[in-house]
Design a protein. Structure first.
Length: 281
């Protein structure tokens, strides 16, 4: 798998001079399988530059779009994803149960009102809803995709991708707390992430901030690191950065996590997601 971050920020896009290093676009991750098949996780504002990149290749765009949930920061970029206006583009949509409702609701309604001048029905790309992955493991060109419910208001799904002996787990907008419902507790997520090569997980807040935001559906970096260590993952990528967090603030969090790993004599590698960076596994 070859992966690239097109959006790393949470809640709302945060462009500007203070977010250049870690990025200001909201959630979007591109995954290219060994077969060349492209998967995209979420349609935050980061999907806009991804769309421009795909069309610049001068090849037919064909992607599987997986949506974790339909909060605006994860779907709003779809309005500006240029391939939706290309007649030869094919976009398969899957993920959380309400994913198609979320995508269609951001366009103009059939009555011509709403929040955008274009109706969903007027898009020229072929857009189909699969409704497959939530019903059980999904096979995409030999890659097995599994899901786990998110502990987040209105719900959602986290994803695990297994290609050969390599495993990538993507869990954003997830609050790690012992009093969560069964199936959404830290031990459940630890089992889902067990021995993953890479875990990308929400770490929007600091331990000092988290109590103020209990119930918002996000985690602090210490809880996320503890999850990664409990699951024995090889590499943790902190994700869904708070929109008010500057590059300096993110660098401080990254350094603190590295110090915590050293103090625990753990072998896990920890980095914070940076928009535009690529990694493979």
């Amino acid at each position: 798998m070859e992966c690239k971050f097109w959006g790393t920020r949470g809640s709302i896009a945060a462009p500007g001079k203070d977010t250049i290093v870690y990025g200001g676009n909201t959630t979007c991750l591109e995954i290219t399988l060994e077969t060349g098949r492209k998967l995209v996780i979420d349609a935050g504002t980061g999907i806009r530059p991804l769309g421009e990149h795909l069309l610049a290749q001068e090849e037919k765009v064909e992607i599987l779009l997986l949506l974790t949930h339909i909060h605006w920061d994860h779907v709003l970029g779809f309005l500006f994803f240029d391939p939706i206006f290309e007649s030869d583009a094919k976009i398969s949509v899957d993920g959380c149960p309400a994913c198609m409702k979320g995508l269609t609701s951001i366009f103009a309604t059939k009555r011509g009102d709403g929040n955008f001048p274009v109706k969903f029905e007027d898009l020229t790309a072929e857009i189909q809803y699969l409704d497959t992955v939530r019903q059980g493991p999904m096979n995409v060109d030999g890659v097995i995709v599994d899901t786990i419910p998110l502990h987040h208001p209105q719900g959602g799904l986290g994803f695990r991708f297994r290609e050969g002996e390599k495993t990538l787990v993507f869990i954003t907008d997830n609050e790690l707390t012992e009093d969560a419902w069964k199936g959404r507790q830290p031990d459940d997520y630890a089992e889902f992430c067990r021995d993953a090569d890479i875990l990308i997980h929400d770490a929007q807040f600091t331990p000092e901030e988290i109590d103020k935001y209990r119930g918002w559906g996000h985690s602090d970096y210490r809880a996320t690191l503890e999850l990664a260590q409990k699951a024995h993952v090889k590499k943790l990528i902190l994700f869904h950065h708070d929109p008010s967090r500057t590059d300096q603030g993110m660098a401080s969090i990254e350094a603190t996590c590295k110090d915590l790993v050293l103090s625990n004599t753990s072998q896990i590698e920890v980095v914070a997601a940076r928009e535009g960076t690529q990694f493979s596994l």
